[in-house]
Design a protein around this ligand. Structure first.
Ligand code: 13P
Ligand code: SF4
Length: 310
């Protein structure tokens, strides 16, 4: 890339030239968030992908999110700046193993968290995100038995909130699993007026301490509505950018991880850079392809989710 290029200007030009829409998850680096047409959580992004009239969807997020966009808008070109932007949670649930797991519970309905492969969605009855998982389980008759995967932490949280007995797949997110209860306790002592807020992908022991639990959009809205001026935030640190923008003067402190990790950045989300974003829009690749038979099966549980959340 010519170092004299202003990538912000070039990306804006490419958006117009190609009628492309840039969707970014809150866990993207600040520059990408600043140039996005829409920033959101997984639910918001799939709603946007379903309704856009752009010719090209550029997805600044991870692979399963771009796949979901392709499933919802199969005629559009969907681009992902780095094809290696995966997800530890999606990886924790290989479709061939999930198929065997599912066969053990033939009468159960399968709810999968959107953080999974297209193949897994194709095996599901309803997809959910962290912002509608509780609502989706509550919408089902109480006698309906349910398998929930791949995130065991979100699954446990939903089971607790709904009083339902869910059969859980044993997967987890590498970013949300690393928070240290001990260090958070110490931080709370240092900032006694701070609200502690957490994403439901965090472990039980962390969620127990939380003043508020919600998806990234839920957490962001909470910090704007709540009168507190200090917040300790247990999720990927990219969301702090929007919290700070929406609430000048309030203080946001990333919840400390345990000693195995230096920060709360998702290494998959952070594979995307402004440079890769520019190149992907210029060259119209890497492009996301999902086999037709998988699209036909996977679109149903995603549309069911969108209907319930509308
Ligand atoms: P939400 O976007 O639903 O908050 O999920 C967070 C996440 O981990 C996305 O990868
Ligand atoms: Fe996957 Fe966790 Fe990264 Fe989200 S934050 S993309 S769930 S590894």
């Amino acid at each position: 890339i010519d170092p004299s290029l202003d990538l912000f200007t070039e990306i804006e030009k490419l958006k117009k030239e190609k009628n492309a829409v840039l969707l970014a998850h809150y866990y993207q680096e600040n520059d990408i968030q600043d140039i996005a047409d829409y920033i959101g959580d997984s639910l918001g992004l799939s709603q946007q992908a379903a309704k856009t009239d752009a010719d090209i969807i550029v997805f600044a997020g991870v692979h399963f999110m771009a796949e979901t966009a392709k499933i919802l808008s199969p005629k559009k070109k969907v681009l992902l700046p780095d094809l290696k932007a995966g997800c530890s949670l999606a990886d924790s649930c290989p479709p061939h193993l999930f198929k065997k797991f599912k066969e053990q519970y033939p009468d159960h309905l399968v709810i999968t968290y959107v953080n999974c492969t297209a193949e897994l969605k194709a095996m599901s009855d309803i997809v959910c995100t962290s912002s509608n998982a509780v609502q989706i389980v509550k919408s089902l008759p109480p006698e309906q038995e349910i398998i929930f995967g791949p995130d065991r932490n979100l699954g446990k949280y939903v089971a607790k909130k709904t009083g339902r007995n869910l059969v859980l797949w044993n997967g987890a997110c590498m970013v949300h699993e690393i928070f240290s209860r001990e260090k958070i306790t110490k931080l709370k002592e240092r900032y006694p007026a701070a609200k502690f807020i957490a994403h439901p992908e965090c472990e039980d022991a962390i969620l127990e301490m939380a003043d508020y639990i919600g998806s990234t959009t839920g957490l962001l809205n909470y910090t704007s509505k709540n009168a507190a001026t200090e917040f300790i935030v247990a999720t990927e640190s990219g969301i702090l950018h929007q919290m700070e923008r929406a609430n000048p003067g309030k203080k946001f402190i990333p919840a400390p991880p345990n000693n195995t990790c230096a920060c709360n950045d998702c290494p998959h989300m952070r594979r995307n850079t402004l440079e890769k974003l520019y190149l992907c829009m210029k060259n119209e690749q890497p492009e996301i392809f999902v086999p037709e038979d998988i699209i036909v099966k996977a679109v149903k549980p995603i549309e069911r989710m969108l209907e319930i959340s509308a």
